[in-house]
Design a binder for this molecule. Sequence first.
Ligand code: GLA
Length: 683
Amino acid sequence: MLLPSLPSALAYGGDYNPEQWPESVWPEDARLMREAGVNLVSVGIFAWSRIQPTPKTWDFAWLDRVMDLLHAHGVRVCLATATASPPAWLARLHPDSLPVTADGVTLHIGSRQQFSPSSPDYRRHATALVRRLAKRYARHPALAAWHVGNEFACHMNECHGPHSTRAFRVWLKTKYKTLAALNAAWGTAFWSQLYGDWEEIHTPRRAPYASNPAQQLDFKRFTHEAFFDLYKLERTLLKAAAPDVPVTTNLMGFFKPLDYHAWAREMDFAAWDSYPDPALPDEGRHWAAVGHDLTRSLKPGLPFILMESATSAVNWRAFNRPKPAGLMRLQSLQAVARGADGVMFFQWRASLSGAEKFHSAMVAHVDPERSRIHSQVRALGAELRRLAPVVGSVVHARVAIVMDWAAWWALELEARPTKLDYMATLHAVHRAFYAQNHAVDFVHPEADLSRYVLVVAPVLYLLTPAGAANLSAFAQNGGTLVATYATGIVDADERVVPGGYPGLLRDTFGVWVEEWVPLDDRFANSFRLLGKGGAKLACREWSEFVHVEDAEVLATFTADLTAGGPALTRRRVGSGRALYLAAGLDVPGWDALASFLAAEAGVSPVLAVPTEVEVSERVSADGTRHLFVLNHRHKPVSVPLGARRGVDLLTGRPAARTLTLGPLGAAVVALPPAGQSDKKPGR
Ligand code: GLA
């Protein structure tokens, strides 16, 4: 259970910023929340300057009244620690607490997030604030969870100021102990970069040409840890005051600067903010799905919370399209379908001032009784209440995609053989399985893989010996392991593993690669899957000269420098198999390969449905299966359920043998545990 104080309800609500409003508005907020079925709000995210207007004055009285009012209306609070945006006085008293870019530009006050993660003054004041908040509200009956900071590193994701430089040196001394070890790891013999004194070392500031890659990679690790330390500092203070209250923060899906695998271990539940672009409906629905899948995967076996989303338009894209009627509902149900136990929005009431006043909200700038958005908000609240049986249930994926932040950081450093986009590649692989309605998790290379039958490791450029051994063992033990080009190229120090790529996985795949052949519009290539009627797959971005040592060739390149060479290979490994893909693919190519791999591994989707219909299954502890069927088309669709007999939770009636879903329609069918006879419900 994510929230002990909401044991049997999906969480529903949003960011609530009462400090922006006269107190006379608050009772109406609380009444409207109750009427809309809101049971959880995030309070105080940007309220530091209101709580502590000067370094020596504190004002909690208003927050006490907000907490009491919400409690009286049955609304629980995810209470923020308010550290996301320090007051102006911090910069006045400590100008060196401001962040500095790689070009040496200081980022000033007047917006938000203007602090260096390594500033001792920021830390000191944040600690004092969190201590007081924790002590004051630890036992407040409205408190459901703590919301640490807000979207850590969202706008300011590295700092090159004096405190960061000093802290980076300390971090490096802890890691390497001696300068000799650092020089060896960074390969500083290259371009006369040898360091003779720790004081010579800086963060990788703007330089005449490509900076040392190992230095850059260490700086990314250091920066990630600097933010993570701030989170852990606050988490420790909160736990000391309220050991049983869950602590979380709002993650941002595929957010490069922070290694969320590490963060999730220190969070009681995962939460993320999802803003798919309504102007790009197809990309948008996949963009949200892949983010839900990542967030769910960060805490295996636990639901997550969609902490922020938009009821309609956002204000921060160049072109901000509102959502058509029904899309907000469908996207909210999509989050639940993929493992969310809560649907929240930014924000409750649309601001009248400030930089986000044109962002949609649950209560718009108009009378809620006559509001198009608010009527949808109320309807969604009522539907989420009917989905209470889903609370705590989980998605069981049999397919996993390997995802590692260090590999991402390293793959996209300067001075690559050709520019590769880690996230775009992972998204392309995921999209193919998603389109075929296979549940997919994202896993760290060293994670327990025993629950999967198919594991795909795309462009896993940096790989540790432990990661390589884990992936090999997965195949040895009967799994189907797939790696792509640009995998296993370097070790943790960004140093090439010599002897042919994919380095430590050469023996597992029985191939080695000597040279890469990037592709673009001028240099086309393709390969055909062997076997009768095998599809022809167009290659994108990448191809390789592959030498086969001990593997079966499943496809060969048709053109260009690699013509006739292996494009896809397979090797028996223990009781499983290892397939190596030596090329990038376009969308139809990934679709064809995903079908081939699913057949190879023996996985099938939970239900066969027309295209643009999304299916996901959540299973409760008692084995009840909750089948979510979501129609992303703007026209009706029929979905046969076959022999399955269940109850449609949204209507409360037995589900028809064939579901008829209207445009952007959805059904959630509760089915008896697998293996039990499909009796008619209630008999
Ligand atoms: C992020 C932030 C919010 C708000 C929204 C607007 O998710 O966390 O404070 O700025 O974006 O979309």
